[in-house]
Write a protein of this length. Structure first.
Length: 396
């Protein structure tokens, strides 16, 4: 994947990182805005306090208790997104919320029964699974008993309290899985990089170890022979030149192998690039490259990279389909790469330098390139022979 296929920094900065602490004030505000709409169940208690049905002392105490309840709830849920409290602290705060909900409901009336919704959400989001199961159930039971005591007739909230608690447990598990997958992906990438470094070190040692040892030995021989046997010393120098040239050829061959574009890597990069550009992508997962020569794979990998770059940068497409198929033609078996999108295909009327270079690269591999607008977008089709000795063919 090329650098211009990577998602913009701005896209990464504006994303809400699931299960991670806010990076800055803007990130904290975005996460807080995500929480605030769920405070809708506080409408009934606020309306009750503003109705004038309670004494002044009871109203003031109700406002203070509601503020303490809301602040504790928001603190618990917000901190749980990144840097949660310790287990004992969470247990104490959840117990405080539950006790406050019971007291307010029993003293100020059935309008306050909605507080149990927030207690259930807090239990599911912050407590470990075994404790959360019991806490959600006990909170629901407390709500039912408090509702019976104050004569509440809004029993639809019982199902809401129960389901929201278990739903938050599922969300918590999903967030935990997402974080673990993110860490695992980073670990796999690091292991792959380490393995590639080891492979490079091993190959360079195998390539250059013998050659450099031979050069050192012959240099010492030439130095000893130079005064008395200049002709033999010259032969040793000629041998040194030949060995060094062969070592250079071997190193270049090894480096070209590391730099060779691979279809599997390009397909994975295409998926990431298209998703980052908000393009719905259909990409084959594991290409069947059995019997495909390296030259063919490299040519099609470059074609895929160029096609995806054009889709991301120039087409304005919202959908892109990539197909990799084996075709049997009159000229022999071909591997066909098709990249089709629903965009404009760019503003230029003539093929760009990228398509021209791809055509030349595919022709060297014995393949062809077709690119042009379709009824609903733009399509690029690159074909290269599976048999390295196959002639050029159009295939389809």
């Amino acid at each position: 994947m090329t650098d211009d296929q990577l998602p913009p920094d701005l896209r990464a900065e504006n994303a809400i990182r699931v299960g991670q602490a806010p990076r800055n004030r803007a990130d904290a505000v975005r996460k807080l805005i995500w929480i605030l709409p769920w405070l809708i169940f506080l409408g009934a208690p606020v309306q009750d306090l503003n109705s004038g049905a309670h004494s002044t002392a009871a109203t003031v105490a109700g406002w203070l208790a509601l503020a303490a309840f809301t602040g504790t709830y928001l603190t618990l849920v917000f901190r749980n997104m990144g840097r949660p409290f310790s287990g004992p602290a969470v247990g104490v705060l959840v117990a405080f919320l539950g006790a406050l909900a019971v007291v307010l409901c029993l003293t100020l009336g059935g309008e306050w029964i909605g507080l149990f919704v927030y207690v259930s959400v807090t239990c599911g989001a912050t407590l470990p699974p075994p404790a959360a199961y019991w806490a959600v159930g006990l909170n629901t039971l407390a709500m039912v008993l408090a509702g019976l005591r104050v004569g509440s007739d809004d029993w639809s909230l019982v199902l809401v309290v129960l389901l929201l608690g278990f739903a938050m447990m599922g969300v918590k598990q999903l967030v935990r899985t997402t974080v673990e997958l993110r860490k695992a992906r980073a670990t796999v990438a690091q292991l792959a990089a380490n393995e590639e470094r080891l492979r490079l070190a091993r190959d360079l040692h195998d390539l250059l170890g013998h050659s450099l040892s031979l050069i050192t030995l012959k240099s010492e021989l030439a130095g000893r022979m130079l005064p008395a046997h200049p002709d033999k010393a010259a032969q040793q120098v000629a041998d040194i030149e030949q060995v060094s040239r062969q070592a250079l050829v071997d190193v270049r061959a090894a480096v070209s192998g590391y730099r060779r574009a691979r279809l599997s890597a390009e397909l994975a990069g295409a998926q990431v690039a298209l998703n980052a550009a908000d393009v719905t992508a259909e990409v084959p997962a594991e290409p069947d490259l059995t019997g495909v020569p390296e030259e063919t794979e490299t040519a099609l990998a470059w074609a895929l990279r160029e096609a995806v770059t054009n889709v991301v940068r120039h087409s304005g497409a919202t959908r892109c389909t990539i197909e990799l198929l084996h075709r049997q033609t009159l000229d022999g078996p071909f591997l066909e790469l098709s990249v089709e999108d629903n965009g404009s295909g760019g503003s230029g009327k003539a093929p760009g330098n990228g398509l021209t270079g791809l055509t030349e690269r595919l022709e060297k591999a014995g393949g062809t390139l077709e690119a042009g607008r379709t009824k609903h977008g733009f399509r690029l089709v690159a074909r290269a022979p599976v048999d390295a000795s196959a002639p050029v063919g159009s295939g389809a």
